[in-house]
Design a protein around this ligand. Structure first.
Ligand code: ADP
Ligand code: MG
Length: 255
């Protein structure tokens, strides 16, 4: 990639659930090519924010923009097609090989489509080979190359989380939303995932929005942090700045 990803802006986004304000006029900007962490106590609104960014939740007001494109209220597949891909905290794949799972991601991009490839038309077969090559390259980027043809069910938990990561990358996103990518991992797997985030940012030149409870990881890989508390963005800054912010200490430690 030669061009930087577009800027992602969230402006005054408000989400209400039957009397509860899950997000209250939240605004933040993800600068091109940076890692932006969303942190905050349980129930602060982090997952709701990801759901708005990926089109699973429609805000009552506010806007989400990617470069010149307005994403607010688009259907999830349209948002994905505009370059925003996400992983889920709890969905971990158990069926098929790593290659099968990554090719599912590639099929979403395929112009020839399933029907043409089932008929083995020459153009579809060429396209299929190109997708397989790209899927293998992405597996290499996330450190799964040795497992490319292995059944996902035989992989370690950390490797299966990495399959989710790689599948999102197979959509060729400009912005990758990672929901607690190291939850449940051991120290070695956490360190490996942090290196993978660094690698994909450097090699694919994408922006990353990260929801993560592991503060060590956030401090190490985030360029900027937005702190949510009771649906409000109470602090923005570098990891060092937010770590010292009295509002942040209050949100985490109670008044
Ligand atoms: P976080 O991810 O920061 O822990 P969430 O975004 O999941 O927080 O939740 C924010 C608030 O919104 C919580 O009080 C939660 O109970 C509530 N909430 C989230 N999703 C729904 C929903 N679909 N219906 C009703 N309330 C919800
Ligand atoms: Mg959550």
């Amino acid at each position: 990639r030669t061009t930087a990803p577009p800027e992602l802006t969230v402006t005054g986004v408000t989400v209400r659930f039957a009397g509860l304000t899950a997000l209250d006029a939240v605004s933040f900007t993800v600068a091109p090519g940076t890692v932006h962490a969303l942190i905050g106590p349980n129930g602060a609104g982090k997952s709701t924010c990801f759901n708005v960014l990926s089109g699973l939740c429609r805000p009552a007001s506010g806007a989400v923009r990617l470069g010149g494109a307005e994403l607010t209220r688009l259907a999830p597949h349209r948002i994905a097609a505009l370059g925003v891909a996400r992983t889920f905290q709890n969905i971990v794949t158990t069926r098929g090989t790593v290659a099968d799972n990554l090719m599912l991601g590639r099929h979403a991009l395929s112009r020839a489509g399933f029907a043409a490839s089932a008929l083995r038309l020459p153009r579809a077969r060429r396209e299929q080979r190109a997708h397989l090559d790209r899927a293998r390259e992405i597996a290499r980027l996330v450190g799964l190359e040795a497992h490319f043809d292995s059944p996902v069910g035989l992989l370690s938990y950390g490797d299966r989380k990495r399959v989710e990561f790689a599948r999102a990358l197979c959509l060729e996103p400009r912005v990758l939303l990672l929901d607690e990518p190291v939850a449940g991992m051991n120290a070695a797997e956490r360190a490996a995932t942090a290196r993978v985030v660094d690698t994909v940012r450097a090699e694919l030149g994408l922006s990353v929005v990260l929801v993560e409870h592991d503060m060590g990881l956030v401090m190490r890989i985030a360029d900027e942090v937005t702190v949510l508390d009771f649906g409000r963005a109470v602090a923005h800054g570098t990891p060092d700045e937010v770590r010292r912010d009295p509002e942040v200490l209050r949100a985490y430690l109670g008044t």
